[in-house]
Write a protein that binds this ligand. Structure first.
Ligand code: NAD
Length: 260
């Protein structure tokens, strides 16, 4: 058990990558708070973990809402006694050419990825500081933290921004024993990706198969998607790392799409 009795708050954990990390952390002995937009969806994910013998709760949290973030973090501390690991994972995608992009869509995407990471970090880092035990803050970046693709201007911008936030957390968190790192997945077949395949096909005037092979997986070394398990295993590694030597870093899990 690599995370025995650690408390982990994971945003956007009702589905996809966040949910897989929640299950992997629970299997390693962590107590999980699933934070997502709809309480029922988060509760269903938490119930599944409990059925498998783990410990989990759910809170309703829109990560762009400061009051909701603070209430959710406080509920986690009330239930489990603290927060040792934050995974800021909630996210959306928006496919549009930059010249057609609505300002409202730009602002919404940046708010979920960047305001959400900031607000949850601020609330959890205060808890970690007061507890005096340090902690690990993991931000869900993307290969798009390193490279740009067409039709994804706000996503590319936000994911690049998270690298800066992680470095800022690393330098200010050191005083409290808090480290921060970014996981940068390549394409993983979650609902976020399934939704954009037809959208990209329409925008680029190509087939869905071409989107998968000639756009999404074109620059990988082996033409393969990354898996939920690949990302969850990386998240376990980062949270379980025994010292704060690894801080302010980003790890790209993308079948070689981007190489540092
Ligand atoms: P997903 O759509 O399966 O899950 C995203 C979750 O975030 C959902 O449960 C959704 O309800 C939640 N969410 C959205 N807005 C929210 C808000 N305002 N407050 C709280 N929760 C909110 O997608 P996923 O692929 O699992 O994505 C998870 C993260 O991984 C995102 O940050 C995404 O950018 C990142 N990512 C995904 C891929 C991929 O290929 N799937 C690749 C790189 C990075």
């Amino acid at each position: 058990m690599r995370l025995k009795d650690k408390v982990a708050l994971i945003t956007g954990a009702a589905s996809g990558i966040g949910r897989e990390i929640a299950e992997a952390y629970a299997a390693e002995g962590a107590k999980i708070c699933i934070a997502d937009l709809k309480l029922e969806a988060g509760q269903a994910a938490a119930d599944d973990i409990v059925k498998s013998g783990g410990t989990a709760m759910a809170v309703e949290m829109d990560v762009t809402d400061e009051a909701a973030v603070n209430t959710g973090v406080a509920a986690t501390v009330d239930a489990f006694g603290g927060v040792d690991v934050l995974i800021s994972n909630a996210g959306i995608q928006h496919i549009s050419r930059l010249i057609d992009l609505e300002f409202s869509a730009w602002k919404k995407l940046l708010a979920i990825h960047l305001d959400g990471a900031f607000l949850t970090t601020k609330a959890c880092m205060r808890v970690m500081k007061d507890a005096g035990k340090g902690g690990s803050i993991i931000l869900m970046g993307s290969a798009h933290s390193k490279v740009a693709s067409p039709l994804k201007a706000p996503y590319v911008t936000a994911k690049h921004g998270l690298l800066g936030l992680a470095r800022a957390i690393a330098v200010e968190g050191a005083e409290f024993g808090v480290r921060s790192n970014v996981i940068c997945p390549g394409f993983v077949r979650t609902s976020l990706v399934e939704k954009q395949i037809p959208e990209q096909a329409r925008n680029l005037g190509i087939t869905e198969e071409q989107v998968v092979n000639d756009v999404m997986l074109k620059d990988t070394v082996d033409g393969e998607f990354s898996t939920l398990d690949d990302i969850a295993e990386t998240a376990v590694f980062l949270a379980a790392f025994p010292t704060n030597a690894l801080t302010g870093q980003s790890i790209v899990v993308s079948h070689g799409w981007f190489m540092e």
